[in-house]
Ligand binder design. Sequence first.
Ligand SMILES: [Zn+2]
Length: 143
Amino acid sequence: MESIIAKDFNWEMGHRLPFHTGGCQNIHGHSYKMRVEISGRIDSSTGMVMDYFDIKALVQPIVDQLDHSFLCDSSDKLLMDFFAQHSMKVNFIDMYSTAENIAYYILQQLIPGFSSFTSVKKLTVRLCETENTYAEACYEFSR
Ligand SMILES: [Zn+2]
């Protein structure tokens, strides 16, 4: 038997899109909401695809790292200079900090930890930047 399970996380984070002309070029922030969805086989000995406790143990450190930080695109010279001169909580990303890219960035960090849970077949990160929008990134494990 297979099932899909999910756990939701949220955090506050600043960012900007330097190339944007519609407002997102300004420094601003979002209350990000993320759903980590796991699709896989129900382990007959536990009745679970995966323990929610284990999901939290893998995901929460990444959320804590991002919370109340600024996600700085490393090609953003203006802000790279600023953060070089001012000690603040900042994370650097080698791509534009769009919802699509952030979902992918988080997914890449989650894959190694989830790969050791053999019942997990597919991992999906759904990132909501606002209440009405989301981007998804997913990875299928070859078992
Ligand atoms: Zn934004």
